[in-house]
Design a protein. Structure first.
Length: 284
């Protein structure tokens, strides 16, 4: 069959004209409650996120300048007690010896505190006991106000010499649990928290990793938003959470026996959810 292309083209033109006419009639109809398309030549709507992605390098914030990356700072300088305040011990309790070690004589029972408060941080403490059964610790988020026991409210990270459970046996003569001496975590002086590895209200380490008298131990303490995780000599072994206070002082404890510290360094982390109800009062 021979196709008449002139007639076919004419028919297509008629159909196209009809479609255009129908579209014009639709556009003249009353508006419906639907979203209208933007004009063909309008600019696309750019969200804030998209704007940030499309920004030039000069418009992107330089976080290295506005928010420097966290670094460790030394809370103990190896020379003197700068940065620390005695709370309720004595002028002879704390000193720096010829080996640049911080020495605590252990008497009287009490603490010294950091000059300022901290919220979220990583704290590295290297310590050694010099007496069998020695007792000490570090307090986090502490109010630095001694209670009747001469120790303050705070999250205690326990530091006990390995002979302590045997020298302080229970009433029936059996040694106390070894968990006492390997980095227990617990709220003291009224602070509450939820232990990850419960021994009553305390959280006990899952491994016994502390070393005894005269040997150095290394604690790495991560404290963020009411949660504390403890590494003992290279391995995380303990945790506690939901601390009732989340911002306060750091305190070192004097509790009856000589203990040495050779490193106390802190990396301050960005703030979190501390507020007036879970921040200790400023000590005047």
């Amino acid at each position: 069959m021979k196709i008449n292309y002139k007639n076919l083209i004419a028919a297509l033109c008629v159909a196209a004209t009809a479609l255009v006419s129908t579209a014009a009639q639709d556009s003249a109809a009353p508006e419906k409650a639907t979203k209208q398309r933007p004009p063909r030549n309008s600019q696309p709507v750019v969200t804030t996120d998209a704007k940030a992605l499309a920004a030039s390098d000069s418009e992107i914030p330089n976080f290295e300048e506005t928010r420097p990356a966290p670094i460790f700072v030394e809370l103990f300088n190896g020379i003197d007690l700068s940065g620390w305040v005695d709370v309720n011990t004595s002028p002879t309790t704390w000193s720096v010896n010829d080996e640049n070690l911080l020495v605590c004589q252990g008497q009287p029972i009490g603490v010294m505190r950091s000059e300022r408060m901290y919220e979220n941080f990583v704290l590295v403490v290297e310590w050694r006991h010099m007496e069998s059964g020695g007792n000490s610790g570090v307090f986090l988020w502490c109010d630095a106000k001694p209670q009747r026991s001469r120790l303050p409210m705070g999250m205690e990270v326990q530091m006990l010499e390995l002979e302590w459970p045997f020298l302080h046996a229970q009433k029936d003569g059996t040694p106390r649990p070894l968990a006492y001496v390997h980095g227990e975590l617990f709220g003291a002086g009224g602070m509450t928290a939820t232990p990850a590895n419960p021994r009553g209200t305390r959280s006990q380490s899952l491994e016994n990793r502390c070393l005894g008298k005269g040997q150095w131990n290394r604690y790495v303490i991560v404290a963020v938003d009411g949660t504390v995780k403890l590494s003992v000599n290279g391995k995380f072994v303990n945790s506690i959470r939901n601390a009732s206070f989340r911002k306060g002082y750091i305190c070192l404890e004097s509790e009856g026996a000589e203990i040495h510290f050779r490193k106390i360094s802190l990396m301050e982390l960005p703030g979190g959810f501390a507020n007036p109800t879970n921040t200790v009062p400023v000590v005047q």
